[in-house]
Design a protein around this ligand. Structure first.
Ligand SMILES: [Fe+2]
Ligand SMILES: [Fe+2]
Length: 491
């Protein structure tokens, strides 16, 4: 019986440890919170406008107005809550975009009588799904459609259904789109699909072809050609304006990340020429971090781009970093001042942030620069300083942080720590030896409290170790020289 209790306790402990700790939410300023609530109230008033335009008939009528207002207000709150839950680092500008689009849809719905819900709901869904992900886009679609049907005015239920299905497809595809070309395809294929759906469910009015003009495109509800045409035009416009929205609202789309990860980008070319050692280190880290992120189901595109730019600050003084020294000359030896050397190391973070600002890197990419170093100690220079004065403050030899705030930046920190050790490892080292070194480095980071804010679970740490080992196996395989036979036939 005791054994059984012990086993249950052990399983329970393992379960608790494997759970992902709750992630801290980004704080939203009071003024922003006030504005968000104000916009939600405006949306609720606009949505229940029909009640306000009618004379008060009875007490029940007042209650109905209140329920309608309250329902929409709660829906807006739910949308903000889901977005914060799904993306804890969402900022107030992005929440403004979410509810701002909701407000725009409500205003247009009332002012352009008869406009198709397809044209109003799908283009914003495309923007949200790319910039904030599928879940938030699906939540937005649901909230935007909840108060759409007004059956008294004859809204067709099939049209609403087609809008809902098309929006869900756009929300799912939009979260996966990895290039502007795919975006263009979606912008053409979804309106085509909506047209076919409307053709089967709503039928086709032959007069549509004869009455096809600009006025009808915008306002003639039920004209399936104009509805689909307007939808395609608005989706193409969203595609064109996406880069502007990205920079205004700090959205990071997969397409943008892939563009930034292009190694022909001037900043990365500069790194490869002026700091070739750092560039090589960056590429190896990319491999480690990508593999680990794929294994735990994180954002691979984000970590690839973040890894490429994480040490960009070393451009300010490449020779002061060991990977760019050719083995003979180390300027730190000549400087012979651990305090100054520590400042130079910290500078690679500070300058990196400045360069990120100058080149307008998205915030989520720039976050990799300070967070990959966290508040780690600069061990070598701390040791050197302690040799001179035992009472020195360790804070002078620690990076200023913050510690990793996401799984991706935490993985990069671990990859950064393991890279040099794996590179230096003997080619004949066994898998067990490699895993031991990886585990040692990762454990030291955990014990140092560097992963406390990263939302990473113990189960994920295990997967990260295994994936680093897999990359090490690949590196080892690459380094094994193939025997060259005399009569080598390159078949
Ligand atoms: Fe670094
Ligand atoms: Fe690094």
């Amino acid at each position: 019986m005791q054994n059984l209790t012990r086993l249950i306790k052990k399983v329970n402990n393992l379960w608790i440890k494997s759970q992902v700790p709750a992630q801290k939410l980004t704080k939203i300023k009071k003024i922003d919170r006030f504005l968000i609530i104000l916009i939600c109230i405006i949306i609720s008033i606009i949505t229940s406008y029909e009640f306000f335009t009618q004379p008060i008939q009875s007490f029940n009528f007042i209650i109905l107005v209140f329920i309608n207002f309250f329902e929409i207000f709660v829906c807006c709150g739910v949308l903000v809550y889901i977005s914060k839950k799904e993306a804890p680092r969402i900022n107030s500008r992005q929440i403004f975009l979410l509810i701002g689009l909701l407000l725009t849809v409500q205003i247009l719905k009332i002012n352009i009588k008869g406009i198709s819900p397809l044209s109003l709901i799908i283009p914003p869904t495309l923007i949200i799904s790319q910039g904030m992900g599928t879940t938030i886009a699906l939540a937005w679609v649901s909230i935007a459609l909840i108060n759409w049907p007004n059956f008294q005015t004859g809204m067709n239920i099939y049209l609403l259904l087609i809008t809902f299905v098309s929006s869900c497809i756009v929300a799912i595809l939009g979260g996966k789109i990895r290039s502007r070309a795919q975006l263009l395809q979606v912008s053409i294929l979804v309106p085509l699909g909506a047209f076919i759906g409307q053709y089967f469910f709503l039928g086709f009015d032959n007069n549509s072809l004869y009455n096809f003009n600009l006025q009808n495109i915008i306002s003639k509800q039920g004209n399936i050609i104009s509805d689909s045409f307007l939808l395609a035009a608005l989706m193409l416009m969203s595609t064109i304006f996406m880069p502007i929205l990205e920079s205004i609202f700090g959205l990071v789309t997969k397409a943008r990340l892939l563009e930034l990860a292009d190694q022909e980008k001037p900043l990365l070319r500069k790194l490869s020429i002026e700091a070739p050692g750092t560039y090589e280190h960056t590429l190896l880290i990319c491999g480690l971090a990508e593999e680990a992120t794929r294994m735990i189901g994180g954002n691979v595109d984000l970590i690839r781009t973040g890894a490429l730019y994480h040490d960009i600050g070393k451009l300010h003084a490449p020779n002061w970093f060991i990977e760019n020294q050719n083995g003979s000359y180390n300027p730190h030896d000549e400087l012979d001042n651990p305090w100054e050397s520590a400042k130079i190391l910290q500078e690679h973070v500070d300058k990196g942030i400045q360069i990120a600002r100058k080149y307008r890197l998205p915030k989520s990419v720039a976050n990799f620069i300070p967070e990959h170093q966290g508040t780690l100690k600069m061990g070598y220079f701390l040791f050197k300083a302690k040799e001179r004065d035992k009472n020195i403050s360790e804070n002078n030899f620690k990076y200023r942080g913050p510690i990793p705030q996401s799984k991706e930046t935490a993985i990069l920190m671990l990859a950064d720590g393991c890279e040099a050790a794996l590179r230096a490892m003997d080619i004949n080292a066994s898998d067990e030896e490699a895993l031991k070194i990886i585990s040692k480095i990762i454990t030291s980071r955990i014990q140092d409290g560097q992963l406390l804010d990263s939302n990473i679970s113990r189960g994920e740490i295990y997967l990260i170790k295994i994936s680093f080992l897999n990359v090490w196996k690949r590196i080892r395989h690459r380094r094994i020289q193939y025997p060259t036979a005399k009569n080598n036939s390159f078949s």
